[in-house]
Ligand binder design. Structure first.
Ligand SMILES: [Zn+2]
Length: 305
């Protein structure tokens, strides 16, 4: 009797595990994801709103136009999955944050942040596409969900229930921890388990996304060379804190470039839904075959698409 019960329990836990396991797009890695996408996206939205309420954003001008254009194209590439992959279906939005921090992120659900401090390092559209490809890869690979499923929240005295109860209710320390888990952290002192493998996977998928968006993936090693030089000039930029070592990263990227080139579309993937108005990037309105998405109202300091 006990044996039958044990067997039943084993079967049950196996089936639960299979429900909780999913495959990462492009790399086909199996990951544990215990939380629903809608819960994660809601959390991402809250973290985004909280961050913007504490930040100064830039909504016009050439820097904003460039950030918007690159983010649009990377998001469109992410929403154009390969056969057998699921479409993220995110409500994409980008904010340009006026801050000297060398940082950028994409939260679960597609809310992106770019800090003006990273723009001198990215230099041009292709450089920014390296960064945004990497950040969007974290989101579509559901790294935040996976980290929360691995119990990383406990490190910050949090449970998943606390997190889903609302970002605004958290202590500043807990919120900072959650931001790290979701991939939008700014604290170099926090090192999360599995971060390096996630960073490497985001580099790999990011390279494919930038290629699909119409940017030459061979720009990626050049960007990371510039980042490494900055890091060598005193102080580690936040963005580099948990990333793989420079040599490993460059070697890995170079190894993935031939694969990324198979996805390279010189014209890029058509934007998901071109934004009307003065911020529409020139040359981005060629959406043949694009899938229109509902436009969500944009709050002050952001643009939505
Ligand atoms: Zn990263």
């Amino acid at each position: 009797m006990a044996r039958i019960l044990l067997r039943a329990l084993a079967a049950l836990s196996l089936s639960l595990l299979s429900i909780a396991c999913q495959t990462v797009p492009y790399t086909n890695r199996t990951q544990l994801a215990l939380h629903s996408e809608s819960e994660m996206n809601q959390l991402g939205l809250q973290a985004f709103q909280q961050t913007l309420s504490e930040s100064k954003t830039i909504t016009t001008g050439p820097q904003f136009t460039m950030v918007k254009k690159v983010s649009d194209r990377i998001a469109a590439a992410a929403e154009n999955p390969e056969p057998g992959m699921e479409k993220p279906g995110y409500q994409w939005q980008v904010a340009l944050i006026d801050s000297p921090q060398i940082n950028a992120w994409c939260l679960p659900g597609g809310k992106m942040g770019v800090y003006t401090g990273i723009l001198p390092v990215t230099q041009d559209e292709a450089g920014l596409a390296v960064v945004m490809g990497h950040e969007v890869a974290h989101a579509i690979a559901q790294h935040g969900n996976e980290r929360m499923s691995q119990g990383v929240l406990a490190q910050f005295g949090l449970t998943a229930a606390d997190a889903f109860a609302g970002v605004a209710k958290m202590s500043p320390t807990a919120r900072q921890g959650l931001m790290e888990i979701l991939g939008a952290g700014t604290n170099v002192a926090i090192m999360l388990p599995f971060s390096r493998s996630h960073e490497s996977e985001a580099d790999h998928i990011g390279l494919i996304l930038m290629a699909k968006a119409g940017y030459d993936p061979s720009e990626a090693p050049k960007f990371w060379e510039r980042m490494a030089k900055m890091a060598g000039g005193g102080g580690t930029p936040e963005f580099l804190s948990t990333h793989p070592s420079h040599e490993t990263r460059i070697k890995d990227l170079q190894g993935w470039i031939p694969e990324a080139m198979k996805y390279y579309k010189p014209g890029g993937t058509a934007p998901v839904a071109p934004v009307k108005g003065p911020q529409t990037p020139a040359g981005s309105a060629a959406p043949s075959g694009s899938v229109p998405k509902p436009k969500i109202p944009s709050g002050g300091g952001m643009s939505s698409f």
